[in-house]
Design a protein around this ligand. Sequence first.
Ligand SMILES: [Zn+2]
Length: 302
Amino acid sequence: MKLEKALDKCPRCAHSPMIIDSSGGELFCSNCGFVLKEKMEEAGPEWRSFSNEEKDEKSRVGLPTSVAISDMGLATVIGGENRDASGRTLSGSMRSTVERLRTWDRRSQAHESADRNLRQAFSELHRYADKLTVNEAVVEKAAYIYRKAFERGLVRGRSITAITVASLYAACRDMEIPRTLKDMAAVSNIKKKDIARSYRLLFRELDMHMPVVDPARCISKIASRAGMKEKTQRRALEILAMAGPMRVSAGKDPMGFAASALYVACTLENDGKTQRDIAEAAGVTEVTIRNRYKGLRAALGF
Ligand SMILES: [Zn+2]
């Protein structure tokens, strides 16, 4: 999941830069969702002629690719019956023409609703990002994640807002920007547990790999944010080293783990920072620190 920026301006909303997914060669706008270039997929079932019975859409997952660039702009819905205006059955060649038109018709409808969906999601995304004071790079990553989720059909039947917020949360985690589920819930009015559920869905279905975060790096980050003494920071690193085997389990929550180590160090060094100060700097809850703190103290025999 490597994103690059293109120099291109979005032809629809003039937002720049557009984003390239270097693995797939896709180019899209993180502001309005406009897709300039999309990965060409194999010509799958799209080109098969279909009969009237074949109404179920299960085999046609996601957006038909080529339409995302331009559709035929058909304004009418073409009916399903193979009869002309006077009720006569269509000839074979006429029938295949009509079938082709129906394909375009469906594609253009699918495109329109996809477009609306992405536009809504991305405008929400920018709004939440503003409130959370996260930068454009996070928004771009979140937009990318949302678009992938949309293409995989993960948004269907779910709340656009919930998936949007979960995408933003995933982007924050991916870029190691400490924003909690609680922060996400506060700006979006989506319940924490619903965001968490959507996040797990994205994580699982999009096969995301969160970077392995080194707790030692988290320590220096938190310490500088909270304005802690150099000595406390060194002590926390020692505690981390002593806790050796525990670091393995810290892989899941390096920020929480680092925050607790800092809190232990803080009490030992009389640095005068509260659990709350450290929790805020780390973007974790005080409860997390308390729980980990107990385990850490017990393990180290303090
Ligand atoms: Zn745009």
